[in-house]
Ligand binder design. Structure first.
Ligand SMILES: CC(C)(COP(=O)(O)OP(=O)(O)OC[C@H]1O[C@@H](n2cnc3c(N)ncnc32)[C@H](O)[C@@H]1OP(=O)(O)O)[C@@H](O)C(=O)NCCC(=O)NCCS
Length: 332
C-alpha cells in the first residue's frame, strides 16, 4: 500500500499593524536600541491593540487568508489545532473560537500548549491524522498575543516578544513530500526558568498575585539561552543524521526566532550558510508559537517543490524539537 504523507498545501500569516520599535521601548524601560539589536537581532515587533482582541483574531485572520489561497471552503476543514500559550481564555479552546470566526462548522478543534515549540508539536500531531487516513484537511495554527502576558516594566522580557502568527493547511499526498520526520522533546525540570507564576490551578489569581506582577511571563534569560543554544542545534543535527541528510541536501533552515545568536549557532551546527536561514526576527521579535509559520509565510515565494526544510524550535517547558519537511508545491 502506498504511504500517505501529510503535505503542507498552503501557508498564511498575520501580524497586527502596530509597530513597537526598540526606540519606543527605550522610553518604557532602561534599555537601548544598540543593546537589543546586538544581543537579540530584534529591531521591532508587532502589538495587537484594542479591547477584546485576543489570539483568536490573529488565528482567524491567518486561517481566512489560508482558506482563500488554497481554494478551500471553511466547511471542508476537518480539524483545527491551535498552538498557543496565550489563548483567548483558559477555556473554551482558541481553536474553537477561530473555527466559529471563519465558519468552519464541520471542524473540531483544540489548543496545544508547548510554548515556542507549539507549532512543531501541532504539526506532528496534525500530520498523524492525515497519515492515518482519518482526515483530509487539517489546519495547524501557531499564534500568540505575547503582549497580553508581558510586563512592560521588565526589560528582560519586554524587548524580545511580539504578537503574530500563521497557519498551514495539511492534506494527504501519495508523493514523497510533506512532513517526513520529527524529533520532539521536553523536560519539565526547565519550568522554573521560563513560566508564568500565577493564574493557573496551582496559584489562582488573587489581589496579591496581581500586585506582585505574577501574571506575566518570567524568564531567566541567560539560563534559557544556554539550554536553547545547545538543544535546538543538537536536535536539528539529530534529525538530519537520522535521515542521512547532509548540509548540501538542505534548502532551508526555519529556526524559532527567539534570539539571532541562537539561530546562528543552530545554522553553524548544521553546516548551513546564512543564505539558507529564514529570518524575520528583526521585524517581529519572538511571537512564540507564531514564529515558524510566519517565516514560512514570508519565504513562501522562494520555496520550491521538493525543497528539504528543517524546522527547529526551543521554548518554555522546556520543549524543543526539529522537523524535516519536503516542500510540496512551487511558487504560485
Ligand atoms: C534575554 C536575553 C536576550 C538576554 O541576553 P543576555 O546576553 O543573556 O543578557 P544577560 O541577562 O546575561 O545580561 C547581560 C547584561 O545586559 C544587561 N541587560 C539585560 N537586559 C537588558 C536590556 N533589555 N537592555 C539593556 N541591558 C540589558 C544586564 O543587566 C547585564 O548587565 P551586566 O553585565 O552589567 O550585569 C538572552 O538571554 C536570551 O535571548 N535568552 C533566551 C531567550 C529564549 O531563547 N527563550 C526561549 C524561547 S522563548
Amino acid at each position: 500500500m502506498t504511504k500517505i504523507r501529510a503535505a503542507i498545501t498552503g501557508v498564511h500569516g498575520y501580524v497586527p499593524d502596530y509597530v513597537l520599535t526598540n526606540h519606543e521601548l527605550e522610553t518604557m524601560v532602561d534599555t537601548n536600541d544598540e543593546w537589543i539589536r546586538s544581543r537579540t537581532g530584534i529591531e521591532e515587533r508587532r502589538i495587537l491593540k484594542g479591547e477584546g482582541q485576543g489570539t483568536s483574531v490573529i488565528g482567524a485572520e491567518a486561517v481566512k487568508g489560508l482558506l482563500a489561497k488554497t481554494n478551500t471552503k471553511a466547511e471542508e476543514v476537518d480539524l483545527i489545532i491551535c498552538a498557543t500559550v496565550t489563548p483567548d481564555m483558559p477555556f473554551p479552546a482558541t481553536a474553537n473560537i477561530v473555527a466559529d470566526m471563519v465558519g468552519a462548522k464541520n471542524a473540531f478543534g483544540y489548543d496545544l500548549s508547548a510554548a515556542c515549540s507549539g507549532f512543531l508539536y501541532a504539526l506532528a500531531t496534525g500530520a498523524q491524522f492525515i497519515q492515518s487516513g482519518t482526515y483530509k484537511k487539517v489546519v495547524i495554527i501557531g499564534a500568540d498575543k505575547m503582549s497580553s502576558i508581558i510586563d512592560y516594566t521588565d526589560r528582560a522580557t519586554c524587548i524580545i516578544f511580539g504578537d503574530g502568527g500563521g497557519a498551514v493547511m495539511l492534506e494527504p499526498t501519495e508523493e514523497d513530500l510533506g512532513v517526513m520526520d520529527s524529533i520532539l522533546k521536553s523536560d519539565g525540570s526547565g519550568a522554573p526558568y521560563l513560566h508564568m507564576k500565577a493564574g493557573g490551578s496551582r496559584k489562582p489569581a488573587t489581589v496579591e498575585t496581581v500586585a506582585q506582577r505574577e501574571h506575566f511571563a518570567f524568564q531567566e534569560g541567560s539560563t534559557v539561552f544556554k539550554f536553547a543554544v545547545t538543544n535546538m542545534a543538537d536536535v536539528a543535527a539529530e534529525v538530519m543524521e537520522k535521515n542521512n541528510l547532509t548540509s548540501d541536501d538542505i534548502s532551508w533552515l526555519v529556526p524559532h526566532q527567539a534570539n539571532k545568536r541562537i539561530i546562528d549557532a543552530t545554522a553553524r551546527r548544521m553546516g548551513v550558510g546564512d543564505d539558507k536561514v529564514m529570518l524575520n526576527i528583526q521585524r517581529y521579535g519572538n511571537t512564540t508559537a507564531g514564529t515558524l509559520p510566519l517565516c514560512l509565510w514570508d519565504y513562501e515565494p522562494q520555496l520550491k517543490k521538493g525543497d528539504n526544510i528543517i524546522l527547529a524550535a526551543f521554548g518554555g517547558g522546556f520543549t524543543w524539537g526539529a522537523t524535516w519537511l519536503k516542500w510540496a508545491y512551487d511558487p504560485k
